[in-house]
Design a binder for this molecule. Structure first.
Ligand code: CAA
Length: 326
């Protein structure tokens, strides 16, 4: 198995050679025509987006931005680990791994994004933070730069208004884990320019994903259907209708889902689930499918956030799910 340090060493030595190859490919293989792109935020979703964009080989550079060095390092480490896994399982060649890493430029300087063609933002779901970010980006980036948010539940139109370029703003909603999940929802607002939307849609396909189109509606397609079903599973727990294990086994074996709803909620993060549904319940108080189950609120209040905290509906050891919490 290729080690992380070995991968990093190889990357350094082949950096210039590979960058030159990527540059030539960028012009010829991309329907979207985005030469350089930026990814803002390298957490759970952002690191995966950065990785798949770099692996596609269609960009001369993928600029990976995090505000603080420690978050940049942790995003880089996640990418290295994922790539190491793919190489070990022979799902990626060592050459492709080097090419991928060589095309990523790591930075804590937001000014490095001023000239990119396309930016995907994947920072935490906080509208105040996004308002400040998009206000800055709107003045920092060249006028042609297209902005895309990976938000899963916030309004794209609201963010677009902060950016001062509503016609050049879309949503690109990836799924976790980004490296494995094929779907990306591409979101347009009433003000998104048709040609901009088409380019963003093409970009999703250029990087090897399947794109679907949706308007700027809460949860888009997948989360509008998925999140209420997770809440229904939690409501069953609240009513003591069935055990956590039996609810999950039922949806796996009776409905063919890869993970049961409570397993999936732990996998997504219970704080994220609560954040999504709280926001919707507040904004759309008459929609009956947007409600907050008691057990969800209690677990998040207790700090039991699922996989990321080691305990949720299940106990977790790293990425490995254990028994249901008694
Ligand atoms: N990078 C590289 N490889 C990875 C990886 C990563 N990040 N994560 C897993 N893999 C590899 C594993 O090593 C494994 O390799 P082998 O098959 O060669 O052993 C392979 O991918 C499959 O992984 P797992 O063994 O963990 O097993 P799995 O078959 O259960 O697949 C899964 C995992 C794709 C996550 C599947 O369980 C699944 O589809 N679950 C549902 C996920 C889902 O619904 N996601 C959407 C969440 S909602 C969301 O994201 C939106 C939101 O806004 C909240």
């Amino acid at each position: 198995m290729m080690s992380l340090s070995h991968l990093s060493r190889n990357v350094t030595s082949s950096l210039q050679k590979v960058a030159a190859v990527s540059q030539r490919r960028a012009v010829s293989t991309s329907a979207s025509g985005f030469d350089s792109i930026g990814v803002i935020g390298l957490g759970l979703m952002g690191h995966g987006i950065c990785q798949v964009a770099a692996t596609s080989g269609i960009h001369s550079s993928v600029i990976a931005f995090e505000k603080e060095q420690k978050f940049l390092d942790s995003g880089k480490n996640r990418i290295l680990k994922s790539i190491e896994k793919l190489v070990a399982k022979e799902k990626m060649t060592a050459e492709k791994a080097e090419q991928t890493l060589a095309s990523i430029q790591w930075t804590t300087d937001i000014g490095a994004l001023n000239n990119v063609d396309f930016i995907v933002e994947a920072v935490i779901e906080n509208m105040d933070l996004k308002r400040d970010l998009y206000t800055d980006l709107g003045t920092l980036c060249k006028p042609e730069t297209i902005f895309a948010s990976n938000t899963s539940s916030l309004s794209i139109a609201e963010m677009a208004a902060f950016s001062g370029r509503e016609d050049k703003f879309v949503g690109v909603h990836f799924f976790n884990p980004v490296q494995l999940m094929k779907l990306v929802e591409v979101i347009r607002t009433d003000k998104t320019d048709a040609a901009v939307f088409k380019r963003a849609h093409s970009w999703v396909e250029d990087i090897g994903k399947v794109a679907v189109s949706c308007g700027d509606t809460p949860g888009f397609i997948v989360n509008r259907l998925l999140v209420p079903s997770l809440m229904q599973a939690m409501a069953m727990v609240d009513r003591n209708d069935a055990t956590v294990k039996d609810i999950d086994i039922s949806m796996q074996l009776g409905a063919g889902h890869p993970m049961g709803p409570l397993h999936l909620a732990d996998y997504i993060g219970l704080d994220t689930c609560l954040f999504i549904v709280e926001g919707w319940a507040q904004k759309y108080p008459t929609e009956p499918s947007f409600f907050i189950p008691k057990c969800l609120k209690e677990k998040v209040t207790a700090g039991d956030l699922g996989r990321k905290s080691g305990k949720g509906f299940y106990n977790w050891e790293g990425d490995k799910r254990g028994d249901p919490v008694a």
